[in-house]
Design a protein around this ligand. Sequence first.
Ligand code: ATP
Ligand code: MG
Length: 104
Amino acid sequence: MSEVVTTHSAEETIAWGREFARRLSAPALVLLSGELGSGKTTLTKGIVAGLNAASEDEVTSPTFTLLHEYGSGVKVFHGDLYRVESFHDLVAAVCGEVGACERG
Ligand SMILES: Nc1ncnc2c1ncn2[C@@H]1O[C@H](COP(=O)(O)OP(=O)(O)OP(=O)(O)O)[C@@H](O)[C@H]1O
Ligand SMILES: [Mg+2]
């Protein structure tokens, strides 16, 4: 299934992120792809806020930390894959935080 959504402001993008979050149930992986400044972090603000994991203002680019963690009940990990050089790096980053990667 594919769907095209056009937004005309950051506010609209955040609102759609909140809407999209309602379709998610844990565990879920959402991958965002787009040019620099295309609105990935803005969309993430809506998704994280929609999951009640943090407020929009708390969501910032994880540029220097690789992974941001939001929420205490439902946890949301927001990573920047731009700097991840290998699948191993990604697994190490996520497993270090989640501690749940031993199965499989
Ligand atoms: N329709 C729109 N949706 C999202 N952001 C928009 C829109 N129109 C303008 N903007 C502005 O564009 C910028 C998008 O920046 P944002 O940090 O979300 O992008 P990004 O894809 O995460 O960039 P980077 O790759 O540098 O992390 C924001 O300043 C936002 O206010
Ligand atoms: Mg960003």
